[in-house]
Design a protein around this ligand. Structure first.
Ligand SMILES: *[C@@H]1O[C@H](CO)[C@@H](O)[C@H](O)[C@H]1NC(C)=O
Ligand SMILES: *[C@@H]1O[C@H](CO)[C@@H](O)[C@H](O)[C@H]1NC(C)=O
Ligand SMILES: *[C@@H]1O[C@H](CO)[C@@H](O)[C@H](O)[C@H]1NC(C)=O
Ligand SMILES: *[C@@H]1O[C@H](CO)[C@@H](O)[C@H](O)[C@H]1NC(C)=O
Ligand SMILES: *[C@@H]1O[C@H](CO)[C@@H](O)[C@H](O)[C@H]1NC(C)=O
Ligand SMILES: *[C@@H]1O[C@H](CO)[C@@H](O)[C@H](O)[C@H]1NC(C)=O
Length: 829
């Protein structure tokens, strides 16, 4: 009796132990270990078997069922080196991107007829290659990512390179018969709205092809064919990227990746946001991640179709793109900004009624949809308003200085589409609204209330009712599954946490690299040493380092700043590089590249023919018109730094040495080595600027008293520079003969300011303001080098604005953009 105890318990325990060992012995990326090299006729890959994957000979790519949602799969090709969890791998091609198949029962089969078909569980064909061959055929994946079906003579019957989705791989040509179509969103791989293709004129273009409108935006549509650097008469229509990062197209468009010259993993992807980007990745790096080494559009709001009708696109390097309605309009769809905005009034109110007015907005532009396609040239604002009022369909107009002369053109808009904030845009825009509507200043200037929400992620669903297998099988299957699942979950959890930590680090590194080198080139130290002839031609010297003149390998003249090794850590360096690299304004110096090698830190800027303003102040070339234009341009550059790029950047060292002049004497503000990013509206304490000091003579009183540092410190320094431009007196060294009224520490410049104020007071300005006294005072102050050749009215404005900028009380100073407006106030009368 005793020996009849049931043996089942130890036996089942043993079985599950075996299972457990088996499971643990499997490596986590088991899929590739048993993967197939090729597929022959009458064989299939099953969605249910994770090891049913074709792998390229050296393992760089795999092809199989790729999860695109909940129980939804697409047949795809993806990168598998470095190893990745399948959902995190980067797909480069999909057979059925918009039509995924069920996670059970779906098969990719190579039929006896030679046709390659993808069948969903429901047994219907989702995709097929459409090939036929009586002969032997083989499906294999090449090391360059091409999935090919060949017959026994080696002829290609079908290949995935001929039907790209949103990505081109090196050596995969884009031809007259192919195009890239973006994904719908980050997680929805269905075809989206952006297309890269060869147009009828043989030019490679990106097109927004939306549900109701379509428009092309790259190359920029306002460049006519003859201004484009494109060749229109080569109808072969083919473009290709090589492994080194050089892209060439038959319309003579070409570009080089910023990391050109090395063989890396590369892919050219038309992203769901409408931008075309070249990504590169070094699979042998310690934490490989994709970085952008080229992109088609550096101004994201120039991409069409983002914000829809009657709305404006703004861009912030941190938060990304956002949309807002134009004054008088309200949002149409609370989720989808591409639906745009609709009038917050009855449209009949602005049609034919007399109670119609216009609201003026600055720094915005709407592309296209001009009535009659041509402007009313050389017209007045009143006439333009009248013409828009007379036209029922006119929604507003743009009033801009014509490029060919000192007169204004009027563009009436029948749609307000492709709107964007453009800090450098100098025209005015008037939107037609009922007179009864009033707007606060905030409504007219605050344009970033809303951030575009990314479309909600709704997982694909491909569930079908499940059939029940027989009960014995059922039990065995469930038992094995249950044990397996528990082990898998454990293994997965441990693995997941390991991987997660790793990923956090990667994403930080990537953003650093992105920010630092999005569009700027990384140079080697040797290249720059050669470019500057071993640092022989010194052109300037600043707190941060020495600037040399050089000739880049591509022949461009450049100013190369060699930063002091001792003082610039890598973090500081990347911060400066990324700050400068993101800025883009005609009155800011442009950075082309950088070098960070060992202890060497260098920045490569555009070369400015005329050097600094400081070097030109005594030059007879600096006539009155140039001085005034320099004052306005500098103010615009600083205004952009302070407000327009939405990232509040303080320069903190505005002085003539940091204002550079190009061949046309256009001023460009330089040297952001001392700038510091800060959040809008948050005043920083002096202690946060312990490393930062301005230059004697130009420093605002806040630096020495213990007041918060705001953008008004730059306004103050700017005011001093303007006084210097007008009077020719150097605030730091010139001794101005006057009673010493200022008790502040920076005594000499206070004397310049005090002297100017005293002149004004003596002339009776400030109380009663007599015109004759005012102009006499101005005459006495003006730089004698101008020999009286200046515009009396503008000079008076310039001095007046300068004196307002150097008010002791920071709140009494205008902002930089107000200073621009003040300077240009009387421009047109
Ligand atoms: C695999 O082959 C491709 C194409 O020949 C090559 O570019 C890549 O470097 C190879 N990868 C490895 C890991 O050998
Ligand atoms: C392979 O395909 C090519 C092109 O379709 C064809 O010309 C050739 O005859 C085929 N070879 C065999 C053995 O069928
Ligand atoms: C057209 O472009 C192709 C590919 O770039 C090139 O090989 C060919 O020489 C070009 N033809 C002409 C006439 O320029
Ligand atoms: C733009 O908005 C106006 C007013 O809501 C509407 O009449 C028009 O059809 C819209 N156009 C497009 C292209 O959506
Ligand atoms: C613009 O109009 C004014 C007044 O009608 C005229 O004097 C001037 O010559 C015009 N300018 C041009 C460039 O047509
Ligand atoms: C993906 O986008 C397509 C096309 O717009 C849409 O039909 C589909 O429902 C979307 N899928 C999901 C899961 O949102």
């Amino acid at each position: 009796m005793a020996h009849t105890s049931p043996p089942s318990l130890p036996q089942s325990f043993f079985v599950s132990l075996l299972l457990l060992l088996l499971l643990f012995s499997l490596p986590p990326t088991s899929s590739s270990s048993s993967a197939l090299p090729f597929l022959t006729k009458r064989s299939s890959l099953s969605v249910e078997n994770p090891s049913d994957v074709l792998v390229s000979p050296n393992g760089t790519f795999s092809s199989g069922f790729f999860p695109v949602g909940d129980n939804a799969f697409s047949f795809a090709v993806w990168f598998t080196k470095p190893a990745c969890r399948i959902a995190d791998c980067t797909p480069v091609w999909m057979a059925n991107r918009g039509n995924p198949v069920n996670g059970r029962g779906s098969l990719l089969s190579l039929l006896d007829s030679g046709n390659l078909v993808l069948r969903d569980a429901g047994a219907f064909t989702v995709w097929s290659s459409g090939t036929s061959s009586p002969d032997r055929v083989v499906l294999a994946l090449e090391d360059r990512g091409n999935l090919v079906l060949t017959n026994s003579t080696g002829d290609v019957l079908w290949q995935s390179f001929d039907s790209p989705t949103d990505t081109l791989l090196p050596m995969q040509p884009l031809t007259r018969n192919t195009e890239l179509l973006s994904s719908r969103s980050r997680y929805n791989y269905s075809g989206g709205f952006y297309k890269l293709h060869f147009d009828n004129d043989n030019v490679l273009r990106i097109l927004f092809d939306g549900p109701s409108i379509s428009s092309q935006f790259w190359p920029y549509p306002w460049l006519f064919s003859n201004l484009l650097d494109r060749f229109l008469y080569n109808s072969s229509r083919v473009a290709v990227l090589d492994s080194y990062g050089h892209f060439t197209s038959s319309d003579m468009f070409e570009f080089y990746a910023s990391d050109y010259g090395v063989v890396l993993q590369r892919r050219l992807t038309l992203d769901f946001d409408g931008n075309l980007r070249l990504y590169s990745r070094d699979p042998s790096a310690s934490s490989p991640s994709w970085s952008v080494s080229w992109q088609a559009l550096s101004i994201p709001c120039f991409i069409h179709g983002v914000c829809g009708n009657n709305s404006l696109c703004s861009y912030d390097p941190v938060k990304g793109r956002s949309c807002s309605c134009v004054p008088g309009y309200k949002r149409k769809d609370p989720i989808d900004w591409s639906a745009g905005c609709e009038p917050d009034f009855q449209f009949s109110d602005v049609c034919g009624s007399t109670d119609v007015g216009f609201v003026k907005v600055l720094y915005i532009d709407f592309y296209g949809y001009d009535y009659n396609n041509d402007p009313i040239s050389n017209t007045t604002l009143e006439n333009c308003q009248q013409k828009c009022l007379e036209m029922c369909g006119c929604r507003g107009f743009q009033y801009t200085m014509a490029s060919s002369g000192p007169y204004y053109d009027c563009y009436r808009k029948i749609e307000l589409l492709n709107g964007h904030n453009l800090p450098s845009f100098t025209g005015e825009f008037y939107i037609k609204v009922p007179k009864s509507m009033t707007f606060t200043k905030d409504q007219l200037t605050k344009r970033t209330q809303y951030t575009c929400p990314s479309p909600p992620v709704v997982p694909w669903d491909r569930n079908y009712p499940k059939k029940r297998p027989s009960s014995v099988l059922n039990f065995m299957m469930w038992f094995a599954c249950a044990v397996g699942v528990i082990e898998l979950v454990l293994v997965f959890l441990v693995w997941f946490f390991l991987l997660r930590n790793q990923q956090d680090v990667t994403s930080i590194n990537q953003s650093y690299f992105l920010a630092a080198s999005g569009l700027i080139k990384r140079y080697t130290y040797d290249e720059l040493k050669k470019a500057t002839k071993n640092f022989s031609d010194e052109i300037g010297r600043g707190a941060g380092g020495i600037v040399y003149k050089g000739v880049l390998p591509d022949g461009r003249l450049a100013a190369i700043k060699l930063l002091n090794e001792a003082t610039t850590g890598e973090a500081d360096f990347l911060a400066e590089a990324s700050t400068i690299g993101r800025l883009n304004h005609m009155n800011l110096i442009e950075m082309w590249g950088y070098c960070a090698e060992g202890k060497h830190r260098l920045l490569v800027y555009e070369f400015m023919e005329h050097g600094s303003l400081a070097a030109n102040l005594n030059s007879p070339e600096l006539d009155w018109k140039r001085r005034f234009d320099i004052a306005v341009g500098t103010a615009k550059g600083l205004a952009y730094l302070h407000e327009e790029c939405l990232e509040w950047i303080l320069h903190c060292d505005v002085k003539p040495q940091n204002i550079l002049l190009d061949a046309d004497y256009t001023p460009k503000v330089a040297d952001f080595g001392l700038s510091k990013l800060m959040d809008r509206g948050k005043g920083l304490n002096n202690s946060d600027f312990s490393r930062i000091r301005g230059t004697r003579g130009y420093m605002a009183p806040e630096w020495v008293s213990n007041l918060p540092i705001t953008s008004k410190v730059d306004v103050y320094s700017y005011g001093i520079v303007m006084l210097e431009l007008a009077t020719g007196m150097n605030p730091a060294t010139s001794v101005v003969n006057t009673g010493n009224e200022g008790g502040e520490s920076d005594a000499k410049h206070v004397r310049l300011v005090t002297w100017a104020r005293k002149k004004m007071r003596e002339a009776g300005v400030g109380d009663g303001r007599t015109t004759t006294g005012w102009s006499r005072a101005v005459e006495e102050m003006v730089d004698p080098a101008l020999r009286g050749n200046y515009d009396r009215k503008k000079m008076a404005i310039m001095i007046e604005v300068a004196l307002r900028c150097v008010e002791e009380d920071k709140d009494a100073r205008p902002s930089m953009s107000q200073a621009v407006e003040l300077l240009l106030r009387h421009e047109d009368d």
